[in-house]
Design a protein around this ligand. Structure first.
Ligand SMILES: C[S@@+](CC[C@H](N)C(=O)[O-])C[C@H]1O[C@@H](n2cnc3c(N)ncnc32)[C@H](O)[C@@H]1O
Length: 281
């Protein structure tokens, strides 16, 4: 068991890594799970943190959606590793994600970037192997880009992170990645502008008494083309569908299958960077 006071000390955005773990583990416990993740199940049992008291019981649809989002990121990583088996995956704001163990091909080089406190908790709970490196720091400070080996291809992941940044910070991060990783890619998820309350100082409750922190950056499908303007090296912008789910998230009522909701749903986007950024001006 890890000391509760350590996990308890994480408030605000870092605490959300325990919220996503709580939901991923709940989904992984189901016999018909959309994302087998035994390590997440063991992990949630290893943290001495009052998950249910703090976050409420996981809502099955929310838990499945969190797992489908993770599954969507996993699919991108697997595609990348088929093309670049020794490539580098950088996971920004990785929290207590267990993706490395779901997708490891035996040769990937993995860099976890997170703030010092959450990273220390991750390290205590999830001992890393020799191909897993860490950078303790703010993802918006691009010093982590200097620790990335570019020789075998680069894929940057930002799952559950960019919505907590201000819009100019998101553009700067995209521009910094395009500049640093020609030929590389960045995958991130976004919440739609229409999600009620998430941008306010006190966003709505998602479960129990818990409220997710404010989300200053939101994006609808219609905003996606504008991502190209973040940097001339942004060569491709693609909307990634979630893997098929169960029930509401599997059938014809899935938000991405209903035209009126399609542009206003949580989304996952892949940006491809040009081999050589075009000359500006
Ligand atoms: C919602 S959690 C997502 C965790 C994980 N990616 C997942 O999907 O389960 C947000 C994560 O971003 C980290 N984070 C917040 N602000 C950050 C920043 N400025 N730089 C790096 N990481 C940050 C938090 O510590 C936390 O681990």
């Amino acid at each position: 068991m890890v000391d509760a006071s350590r996990a308890d000390a994480l408030r605000g955005v870092p605490e959300t890594m325990l919220w996503t773990l709580h939901h991923r583990a709940a989904e992984a416990r189901r016999p018909d799970t959309v994302l087998p993740d035994p390590r997440a199940v063991r992990l949630v049992e290893a943290v001495d943190f009052p998950f249910v008291e703090r976050f409420g019981h996981p809502h099955t649809v929310v838990a499945q959606a969190v797992a489908l989002r993770a599954g969507c990121f996993d699919a991108v990583v697997r595609d990348f590793l088929r093309a670049c088996p020794e490539g580098t995956v950088v996971s920004l704001g990785e929290g207590l994600e267990t993706a490395f163990w779901r997708v490891d091909n035996g040769t990937v080089d993995w860099l976890t970037v997170d703030l010092p406190e959450p990273l220390a908790l991750r390290y205590a709970l999830l001992p890393h192997g020799p191909r897993q490196r860490t950078h303790a720091g703010d993802a918006r400070d691009l010093s982590w880009t200097r620790e990335v080996d570019r020789s075998n291809g680069v894929l940057v992941l930002a799952q559950g992170l960019l919505m907590y940044f201000r819009p100019p910070e998101v553009r700067e991060l995209i521009a910094g990645c395009a500049e640093a990783f020609p030929g590389g890619s960045l995958v991130f998820d976004a919440v739609p502008r229409s999600v009620v309350g998430v941008g306010r100082a006190h966003p709505r409750r998602v479960s129990g008494r818990y409220r997710l922190p404010p989300m200053p950056w939101r994006m609808d499908a219609a905003d996606r083309p504008a991502l190209r303007t973040a940097h001339p090296g942004v060569a491709g912008v693609a909307d990634l569908p979630l893997p098929p789910g169960r029930g509401l998230l599997g059938g014809p009522l899935r938000p991405d299958r209903i035209p009126v909701l399609r542009g206003k749903r949580p989304s996952v986007t892949l940006l491809r960077f040009a081999e050589r950024p075009a000359v500006v001006g």
